[in-house]
Design a protein around this ligand. Sequence first.
Ligand code: ADP
Ligand code: MG
Length: 384
Amino acid sequence: MVVPLVQQLEVAGKRVLVRVDFNVPLTKEGAISDDSRIKASLPTIQYLIKQGAKVILLSHLGRPDGQKKPQYTLKPCAARLSQLLKQPVHFASDCLGDEAERSARALQKGEVLLLENVRFYPEEEAGDKAFAEKIAQLGDLYINDAFGTAHRAHATTAAIASFFPGKKAAGFLLQKEIEFLGQALLMPQRPFYALVGGSKVSSKLGVLQALVNKSDKVFVGGAMAYTFLKAQGISTGSSLVEEALEKEALSLWQSGKIFLPLDHIITDKGAIKTVEGAIPQGFQGVDIGPQTIKEWKRYLQEAKTIFWNGPLGIFEDARFAIGTNEIAKALTESSAITIVGGGDSVSAIENQGLAKKITHLSTGGGASLEYIEKGSLPGIICLE
Ligand code: ADP
Ligand code: MG
């Protein structure tokens, strides 16, 4: 199936509904603490302005649970967007009703309107068709550019698309995610190696399974490596282990594609040591060891495609961030297509100022992983 692109639509003079992801983190005082998500939507919005479209933006913010909770208003996002675009951004205090309709109708070519949080209505998360239809009536065309919510079949991320046959498309942000997480990983240049870390096997079982199927080798680090080691009868001391998942870990291991750390950085909350093989009683594994870093780096040199999700140690503590940082550096030095997805993995890259040297940093946390696992998402399927 082919996803239509925003550049294929005739948008001039049309009212274009754009589902964006302005779900920005807020400070206790309600200020925007990181505007990356707003910035990520600029290419699509600026393109539409330039083409003379009338831009109507839809988004959610936080989890207001279907109620009009003022702390989740999108108003500050309108102000921030206005600064970034260097032009006024109109705001309607409800995504439905008179004010929204009037504001949408009053829009001139190249003007932008942001509607209030769609999750102020319970119908949004319920994926309600009637609610989606009411919002659909505000626009002539529909663009989805909200990758961070594309794994949810909500009213404005999926249901709404059915009211725009032949008049819907993916925005630039969504297109980029489809290009890298979809096409590049579906038909990868080989060898295709994956690195997976993070805290829990349970939260990544589907992704691990998909990567074992699609890639040539999967390097497992972070806390989840200990569940794999324990399942093979290797002692893991007081490292994080999910005993309930040992069976699943063993069956993944039987694929022959999984590589586990050879050595570990361990601590008993006082001493910090490096150990090969088994982890002694009372010690917790907190990072991959230097041997592992060396060996994994050697493998990564031969890769043509590398996907990475999940820190390889407790990287929030600089003492246990060496594995994560070294592997991040290896990715930036590689000539392979490098793709990084996941909230903490992406911040590990950004913290080191390495973002520009990675081919693609995926903007969606949960959405990225679900896309790899399932090969598509409701927010993409609805455009096909
Ligand atoms: P992502 O957001 O990139 O998908 P996760 O949320 O799955 O990553 O995992 C990140 C968390 O995993 C971090 O908070 C990190 O401290 C933790 N972690 C990594 N390695 C270990 C370890 N050896 N022991 C305990 N926690 C770990
Ligand atoms: Mg995380």
